[in-house]
Design a protein around this ligand. Structure first.
Ligand code: SAH
Length: 374
């Protein structure tokens, strides 16, 4: 069966007829069920530091902002990881600004301790770090790495994600490097960044497929008033601008499920922020299969303000866990158990290890999804 063409993806991103979109979401939901099942995995998000050396034009953690910052201690991180186990989560995600105060050896010891004490899978999301650090962390127990490329358009990327000194920021190369180091790799984009066109978002989705990503996070861009993209003089929408609406996120998630049928796709907190009532459910019904509840200790949460008004920030971890489980069960889905990694890749890895062959194999021959354009 043919894959989705560039024109088909573009067509769906521009589609606004709710009846037509219902068929897209239903197809994505079916592909999700076939390839990754009904389990919804819970990943406990621990925001370990709000320090950042970057000046990203979209992000509230950018270095230029004068505000109180924090870096969690070893014991605080371990306590949060243990609470993830108690709550029944299979994975913790350690996320931060790009903070070189998080020293490689120090974090390696924390990772080893989590691995020795718990059955948790560990995902890192610490920005663009050096190869040696990434290698050390992988050897110390990190399983996955999240690094959104934010946009595949080089000019837009350069405009919103200034390079640091002379070093080129090439997140796609870094993702390839992470995969070669043995990480499961996750990436993603925001929908509705000023200057983002439907053509660009189409190419983003094609890049998810080309990279054969294990995880893809997609959320709406939410303007932060203390950043260049949220300031009164921010660039205004041009022709073909992608909106940061809930519909647009759902379309992008659904199309991503169709091109990356085996990937783990979160229904993001940013999506829940623009529709606090049932945005999370809409994500799960459009192809997503992961939630990322916040496990960051209460005093730090307000200081990790990537964007304003983040959903569920005032709920403690136990309340949040109960609420998310109820939402999952109301949809007739089940809460995932265990690490919930990419099923096929993990299976391939062990098979290949047995045969001691190169680890990377192309996507299997399962029928690729076809969406009949209406
Ligand atoms: N320092 C890490 C983690 C950044 S936060 C890194 O750079 O990878 C994780 C994600 O939040 C970012 O990759 C970005 O896609 C998203 N994000 C940042 N600012 C945002 C905003 N204003 N609205 C919505 N999402 C945002």
């Amino acid at each position: 069966m043919p894959r989705l063409t560039h024109e088909e993806i573009l067509h769906w991103l521009r589609e606004e007829d709710p009846a037509a979109l219902t068929t897209l979401f239903a197809r994505a939901d079916e592909v999700r069920r076939t390839h990754v099942g009904d389990e919804v995995h819970l990943r406990g998000l621990i925001e370990i530091s709000s320090y950042c050396v970057r000046q990203c034009h979209y992000c509230g953690l950018r270095m230029a902002r004068t505000m109180p910052r924090y870096r969690m201690t070893r014991d605080e991180i371990l306590t949060a990881a243990r609470s993830a186990v108690e709550l029944g989560f299979g994975t913790v995600v350690l996320q931060s600004g790009e903070d070189f105060g998080i020293e490689a050896e120090w974090l390696a010891e924390v990772l080893r301790t989590i691995k020795n004490e718990t059955p948790l899978a560990i995902t890192l999301s610490l920005g663009e770090r050096h190869s040696d650090e990434l290698r050390l962390w992988r050897a110390s127990g990190a399983d996955r790495y999240l690094l959104r490329f934010e946009t595949s358009d080089p000019a837009l990327y350069a405009a919103i994600h200034p390079r640091r000194g002379v070093a080129v920021s090439d997140r796609v190369s870094l993702l390839r490097e992470l995969r070669a180091l043995g990480y499961e790799i996750g990436s993603g984009v925001m929908t509705g960044i000023p200057g983002q066109t439907h053509e660009m978002l189409t190419r983003d989705i094609e890049l998810f497929e080309a990279l054969d990503l294990d995880m893809v996070g997609i959320g709406p861009f939410l303007a932060h008033p203390d950043t260049p993209l949220g300031a009164p003089n921010a660039p205004t929408a041009g022709a073909d601008q992608v909106p940061s609406s809930e519909w647009m996120v759902l379309k992008a998630v659904a199309l991503t499920r169709l091109v990356c049928p085996e990937a783990n796709l979160p229904s993001t907190t940013a999506l829940a922020t623009i529709n606090t009532l049932d945005g999370r459910e809409h994500g799960l019904e459009s192809g997503a299969n992961v939630f990322m509840p916040i496990l960051t200790p209460a005093p730090y949460r307000q200081m990790y303000q990537i964007y304003p008004g983040k959903a569920c920030i005032d709920e403690d971890a136990t309340q949040c866990n109960t609420c998310l489980r109820e939402r999952i069960e109301r949809l007739g889905r089940t809460v995932g158990t265990g690490p919930g990694g990419r099923f096929t890749r993990t299976a391939s890895h062990s098979l290949l290890a047995l045969r001691s062959q190169p680890r990377f194999i192309p996507r299997n021959n399962s029928p690729s999804p076809l969406v009949v354009l209406s």
